[in-house]
Write a protein that binds this ligand. Sequence first.
Ligand SMILES: Nc1ncnc2c1ncn2[C@@H]1O[C@H](COP(=O)(O)OP(=O)(O)OP(=O)(O)O)[C@@H](O)[C@H]1O
Length: 668
Amino acid sequence: MKLTDSVQYLKGVGPKSLENYQKLGISTIQDLLLYFPFRYEDFAGRSIFELLDGEKATVIGEVVTPANVQYYGFKRNRLTFKLKQGEAVVAVSFFNQPYLADKIEVGKEVAVYGKWEQKKQQLLGMKILTQAEGGFSPVYHLTAGMKQSSLVKTIQMAFDSGLLSELKENLPDYLLKKYRLMPRQEAVRAMHFPDDMEMHKQALRRVKFEELFYFQLKLQALKHKEKAQRFGRKVVFDRQLMEEKIQNLPFELTGAQQKSLDEILADMSSAYHMNRLLQGDVGSGKTVVASLAMYAAVLSGLQAAIMVPTEILARQHFANLENLFPELKISLLVSGLKAAERREILESLASGQTQMVVGTHALIQEAVDFYDLGLVITDEQHRFGVNQRKVLREKGQNPDVLMMTATPIPRTLAITAFGDMDVSIINELPKGRQPITTRWVKHEQLSEVLKWIKEELRQQAQVYFISPLIEESEALDLKNAVALYEELVQYFGKEVGIGLLHGKMKNEEKEQIMQTFKAGDLSVLVSTTVIEVGVDVPNATIMVIMDADRFGLSQLHQLRGRVGRGSKKSYTILVANPKTESGKNRMKIMCQTQNGFRLAEEDLKMRGSGEIFGVRQSGLPEFLAADIVNDYNILEVARQEAQEVFKTPERPEYQMMLADLDVDGGFD
Ligand SMILES: Nc1ncnc2c1ncn2[C@@H]1O[C@H](COP(=O)(O)OP(=O)(O)OP(=O)(O)O)[C@@H](O)[C@H]1O
């Protein structure tokens, strides 16, 4: 027999059970050996005194009375005996297992696994454990029609076959030594049948390392392949003009903005294709960096495109770009344009007349052709699927790619999900920003809040009110927004300009309201979460979020990021009467910190990584043993080691590892 033989070679695995095994991804004996349990039943002996009523546990003790089997009714019976542990003596009963009597010998030590019944001071036995079963027993994921015990038996058989000795070590010696990792064969055995907790811990550490190391190797391989294959466009631009543009900005770039811009420009000027993530907390000033990158492309005679998730944002970016580059031909491509207007823009893009374009999903429609697209930027990358980004990219010939995100991705996730990308981080806010004061109030206190806002409105403040989110129902969402709007109109009276913004409005209407608010002609804007990302009105200083406990931390942070964007003192009021502990916690954390990275870490802990940005979309694989949040330390080390390999990939000792990487398959 060989490791690659079908599991059918093992006794007891017929065609029917083979199907079940295949459902679990097990075809060969090797697959079976590598099918690890997801948890262990703890059969380690416990002290009687610490057992709680109803708890299942193993009690080891000395048999002090012979087994007594009583029959009653039809075929039913009960076996009892007494067990002594230290000074304590307890009764043990087994129902309908009379044959166990053979194992009960006075004076002998036995281990009984059962349920503790406190009142009767009795252990309701379920199993007498053999020595091999003591300690830990593996528990595996099964499919319907499969039994735990028969799977364990088959795995045991696979071990008995001796084939484990043929399983090749897949980590090089230097790593095993450096991190004191268990050899593969030993680890595989200990994953299934560990002697004790410590042994299992070591086996798991090795398996996780192996998993994360190979994952990182693959990411690095993808990155190198991209670089090698994809000769990008070498952008050559007039540095003098760029400098002048920067000098003419109404503000000085922060150090972090300058650094990110330098990194981006260096990528663009190189012969390689750029694949970079620009990450910055809310309000850190990513837009201007992206705009200057677009400028570099245009100066070198190429077109630049930026794709954003909402029309409000597209219009905002468009206005910014027009402002910054009055000398350029800039187009705005969104859905719902008049046919003639749209045709004109498409022609202008195809002829190369348009130098920069801002758009929504409308940009990736088939009819959209570019003359020579050199730079593609996507804003809020997690809102676009991998494919949508690809479509836009393919509208050019290997254009440079920049993704921007305001969702601070914890470092853990960034290096995991974007290990194949370079990352620039803007970790500094523009000068003169004041911390935002965040307060959590109950609904009962709302009237005081409103009183205070009335006062602030007299001092020319601008205020956002976010209406409660009803995820299940857009209709209710809308109703809430309208109701809130009406209440506020009634409360503040006619003299205060109040606007309403929601997802169901026509785009022109939305745009008009946004413009009036931005111009200061409205003082209060009642809105659903449509303003969550990107909206920039530096004069707005107060945000009230109704039923704030309905939102996740990252979303609250994005919303709050709409204030505190200028030099004026800003406030966020969270109105909530949370019913759950996690709701209360979220309110508290929001009041404690304004640091997006910290909030994202907390969010990740509370909700798991899949929620932050869909696992599928991000292209993250599912890990068998490792957990990218909790095993962050291992992930870091694995990444460093993988990087080391790619410094000199031609070395013979690396060949074994690199040979098996299926780089073409990607991760999805
Ligand atoms: N260096 C700077 N100094 C002062 N103000 C700046 C600076 N850079 C950007 N700003 C201003 O800060 C505000 C926020 O910038 P921007 O809209 O680019 O943020 P962002 O990173 O895109 O944030 P968000 O993700 O929240 O939309 C804008 O009004 C912008 O004009």
